[in-house]
Structures are given as C-alpha cells and as structure tokens.
Design a binder for this molecule. Sequence first.
Ligand SMILES: [Fe+2]
Ligand SMILES: [Fe+2]
Length: 413
Amino acid sequence: MKVSKVLALMPNAARARLEPYFEAMEILQEVKDPRVMKSLGPAGVRGLLLQRGKQGVPTRIKAHHSAYFDWTYPSDFPEMLDLYRRAKDSQWNAETDLDWRTSVDPMSPEVNILPAEFLNYEALRDAGVRLDGAEKKRLTADIVSWMLSQFLHGEQGALFAAAQVTEAVQFFDGKLYGATQVVDEARHVEVFHRYLDAKLNKLYQINDNLFVIIDALMSDARWDMKFLGMQIMVEGLALGAFGMLYKMTEEPLLRDLLRRVIQDEARHVHYGVLALREHIRNELSESERREREDWCFEVSLLMRNRFVAYEVYEEWFSGLMNREQWRTVVYSSPGLEAFRRVMFRRLVPNLREIGLLSDRIRPHYARVGLAKYFEGPAALELTGDGMIHELETSPRFSSKPPESPGMPTVMEL
Ligand SMILES: [Fe+2]
Ligand SMILES: [Fe+2]
C-alpha cells in the first residue's frame, strides 16, 4: 500500500506527527547516486529524521577540512585580488548606515510588507480554512518572518562556510578576499537578526532541508564542496530570493537592507564562480565532476520541492489540514510560486559557467521546469548595481498565474 494511502487512513493528529518522517524517507530515497547519498545521507538523517536544527540547543557539526598554508604568499589570482579591493571599498556599517528608527508594522494597511495577493486564500478555503482580513495580514507577516528567518539561518551557515573556505582554499588572493566575505556575512547575520528581533518580533526555526544542506557542506572535508554548497547553491538561491523580496515589499527599511545585502552577495557568488570554474575544469577528473553535477541537482530538488514553509504550517494549520494540502496552497500561491521560480534564475547560469550543466544533466533540470534559465547571465557578467537596476526596471509582481502553468509540481515528479 502506498504511504499516502496509509496516511489517509490515520486520524489527523497521528498523521500530523508521522507525515514529516515519511516525507524524510521519501526524500532520502529520491537520491539515486550512491556518492551523493554518502554526502547527503548522514546530513539527511540528522536534519530530516532527528531534526537536529530544531532541538532548541546549539548544534555541533564536526568540520573535516585541512587549513592550507602557503609561506611564499604568491600573487596567484588577479581577479580575486580585484574582488578583495572592491570588497574593502564597499564595506558598510549595519548600525549607522540603515535607518533603524523606521517604524515597521507588518499589519499596516498602507505599507504592504508583502502584496495582499501573495497567498492563495481560495486554496486555503478549499482545504477548509477561512481567514478574516486581520488573520490574512498576520499570516502574511508570519510568512515574511519565516523567509527572513531562513535567510538568517543561511547567513549563519555562510559565515562559518566563508571562514572554513578562507582556511582551506589554495589561492592566496582568495584567502585575502575570503576574509572580507567573513565580515560581510557577519553583517548579514546582524541585519537579518536585528530586523526580525526588533521589527517583526519573531524568529522561526531552521527549515529541515536547509539544515541538511548546511550540515552536509560544513562536515564535508573537500573545500570545493563547501564552495559549491555555499557560494553557488545556497548563496545563488538566496540571491534570487532576496531580489524577489526586494521587488515585492514596500517596507523601506527592508528594501534598503536587502539592496545592500544583494550588492555584497553579488561579490560572493562571483568569487565562487571564479574559484570553481578553474578547479572543476582543470583539477577534477570526469567522475569527480559528475559527482558534483549530481550533488547540485539533488540539492536543487531539495530546495525547489521541499522549501515550503512547513514551520508556518505547523504553527497555523497542523491538525486543520495535512501537509499535502498545505503544499497545494503553497504551490498555487502567486507570491510563493514566484519565489520558487526566481530562486533558480541566478543559480542555473552559474552552474553552467563552472562546468556543472553538461548535456547529461540538462534534461533533468528541464524536467523540473528550469530549462529557461540555461542561457541566463552568470555572476561574472553581473554586478550588484546591475542587479539592482534590473530589479528596479523589470515589471512589478502581479498575482497572475505563473508564466509556465505546465511546470511540474512535486506530485508529478
Ligand atoms: Fe550573506
Ligand atoms: Fe554571502
């Protein structure tokens, strides 16, 4: 009997408790490549089954990389040195450069922190939940807190990954640049935390899938996997998400904060592409390259299909509807769907640029609706200012149905 049928026979409360475990098993079974399983499997058990990120106590993750010293201090990567110079010139102070006196009210009818049509309330009604105007506003505010909380947790991962990569990378110019990224990430942790703490008064726990990715790359001994996981995957996805939120929100402090973070992140992704392009094309064997290509695809699936605000669901709707119904709400919500689409816009071209989008893997990305990004501009062609300009001048968010209604959902994969 299929798992979904077994679950359907259970009372709501038991089902709500068991569903996440069955889903976790399903996710782990989806990983086909045994080498990818070796990397993601243990992290998956810790994140999805044991929910290590949600125990309310600090998590210790063993790092296995080696620090790489070079006592000759070579000038070995001019483009990285250039990034280092630009990063030094572009530092900003989160305490004084942002106007923290701005009063933020996510319930305000005048300043929409997200567009009113962000969620699909009809789908909620179909699932048996009716919300009044104030509840809708509060749910939208919680979705913002959830997204910013995930950004914050991702930034903590980025802070530690940047520190590890600075130790482990073999380019000396890359180490100097890496130190600026550590400072950037600390500032990002600072701003997202302060905004959540002082303005929204809410912090959500880390999403299990995000935990799995962070756990996997923190504990991987290979520096290029850390780079790939953090600089290309997590930061690439985050950059798309930051840009979308920047476009959607009317709240001025959040816009200013995101604009500055996007400009920093553009450098980070640029650095990741520079380092990995060189390494993947010249240092790795074909079999090692394929392993990384598969790893990226699995991580993309984890993020694309499972990043569905279950933490908000558990707080609002657990017991009222099941997780599958919630996924239907999420997949049919114009705002969340726009996020899911745009997240890959920055990532996929970078995978191509570093040599991880071969003809072998392209059909898999195409199957999950991501082929339209194959030819987009990679990080090396984009500056932070250019990205902001593009966001300012492209059409505003509208609640029209997604541009490719035929895009498969997780149920169809
Ligand atoms: Fe960051
Ligand atoms: Fe970053």
